[in-house]
Write a protein of this length. Structure first.
Length: 435
């Protein structure tokens, strides 16, 4: 059997295992190992298994996962996230739809210290849902906002999605972090504009909350200041070349720890929870990354990625057309496949294609992460939707309501991605200034 046919058979086996509900790490490892055995034999497969996992785990970038996860946990325990949402609520909560807008702004602040989309949505739901329901916000707008605001966690550093992309594509994480900053802020503003339009068209969707004067707004700055200062220290150092993304993560984690000590929120029980949660998630990610690397090696030796690049080159398509087609694939696949699986399965095929077409992998990475987050709120398998639906079930809000509320935000993200494709400098301006 030719390597290409083995590759196709491997893809079919992968889809079958995924359909049966086998964990993605097991699926990718089994397919990768069996495929390698069929092409190169058992002995070489054992050699590969001795090298690939070590190479993946020993990567300098892999150290980022526990560091930034610890940073996010410390930020939550110290009250940094809660205070940031409180500040956003005081500043924009008195507008029509203001509480929903404040949730988006709060999501942006939370994203600055947490790289997990689902965790961000869960925290926001816990913080914002009581106020949204108290002021009679339409459940569709409320749950849609809570789901969508969580997507900002991978569009404002630190971003777990960008770390995974950096490892899989072997690109600079520092440049990715800098590149995603303007898009993250822009998407936050677009969400707020969308909420404003929804509430103008249907005023009952988002009644204004209590008014706040300028004195209260100025006082509220102190609530957001710790998060803003921590973000500036982390991202400023990366952009100016003072330290690497790994070192920035450690500095951020130390900063969050010291702030927690100042707030007297750090104790033995909390620290055990921080390390237990962070290391369990990091361990899961490590296992998935190793399995993805094994699968990626199989895809390369099967010749499928090269065949795809050669086939697309033969179509004489422009790079922009190729990007649009890839984004359409991500959108379609994202409606039936969870985010992590989608990225790990597709990147071994698309990265060689992007290199062949001469497309900047930093720009492509930002587009991929946007599509990744879009799939988080796209029915019927958007993970953020299930997180929010599970938390609002006791309020008698149905899953269908959550799904309906998410669609306007999906449309906004599609328009946003179109803007990134049409104007690459939205993402590439800041990296061009890096030293």
């Amino acid at each position: 059997m030719s390597p290409e046919l083995v590759g196709v058979a491997g893809l079919i086996l992968m889809l079958v295992l995924m359909f049966l509900g086998v964990h993605i790490a097991v699926t990718l490892s089994v397919v990768g190992i069996l495929g390698y055995v069929m092409i190169h034999g058992v002995d070489k497969a054992f050699n590969m298994l001795g090298m690939v996992p070590f190479s993946a785990i020993s990567s300098y970038t892999m150290a980022l996962f526990p560091v930034y996860l610890i940073l996010g946990e410390l930020a939550e325990i110290s009250g940094m996230m809660r205070d940031s949402f409180r500040a956003a609520n005081i500043w924009v909560g008195n507008f029509r739809g203001g509480l929903a807008m404040a949730t988006c702004v709060g999501g942006g602040f939370l994203a600055a210290v947490s790289g997990s989309s689902t965790a961000c949505s869960a925290i926001l739901t816990k913080l914002a849902l009581p106020g949204l329901l108290e002021y009679k916000y339409n459940p569709k707008l409320a749950t849609g906002t809570l789901s969508a605001a969580g997507t900002l966690s991978n569009l404002i550093p630190p971003s777990i999605g960008l770390v995974i992309y950096a490892i899989m594509s072997e690109t600079s994480l520092g440049k990715l972090y800098v590149a995603v900053f303007i898009p993250g802020v822009l998407l936050t503003l677009m969400f707020m504009i969308q909420i404003y339009i929804q509430c103008r068209l249907n005023p009952s969707y988002g009644p204004p909350a209590g008014k706040t004067d300028w004195k209260e707004k100025l006082v509220a700055i102190k609530y957001a200041a710790p998060t803003a200062i921590l973000f500036i220290i982390v991202m400023g150092g990366i952009m100016l070349g003072v330290y690497t993304a790994n070192e920035a993560g450690v500095i951020g984690a130390v900063g969050a720890f010291l702030y927690g000590l100042y707030r007297k929120a750090i104790n033995k029980q909390n620290m055990v929870k921080v390390f237990k949660t962070s290391l369990s998630i990091a361990g899961m990610i490590f296992a998935v990354i190793v399995s993805a690397e094994i699968f990626s090696v199989f895809v390369v030796i099967s010749g499928l990625s090269q065949a795809l690049a050669k086939w697309v080159s033969g179509l004489n398509m422009s790079p922009t057309s190729v990007i649009i087609c890839v984004m359409l694939v991500y959108f379609i696949v994202g409606t039936a496949m969870d985010t992590l699986t989608m990225i790990l399965v597709t990147l071994p095929f698309f990265i060689p294609l992007m290199n062949q077409m001469g497309i900047d992998l930093i720009w492509f990475g930002i587009l991929v992460v946007v599509q990744m987050e879009l799939s988080q709120i796209t029915p019927p398998v958007g993970l953020n939707l299930f997180v929010v639906a599970g938390m609002v079930k006791e309020k008698n809000i149905s899953m269908n309501t959550v799904f309906s509320g998410a669609w306007p935000f999906c449309y906004t993200m599609i328009i946003f991605n179109a803007l990134l494709i049409a104007f690459p400098q939205i993402a590439m301006f800041l990296p061009s200034l890096m030293k």
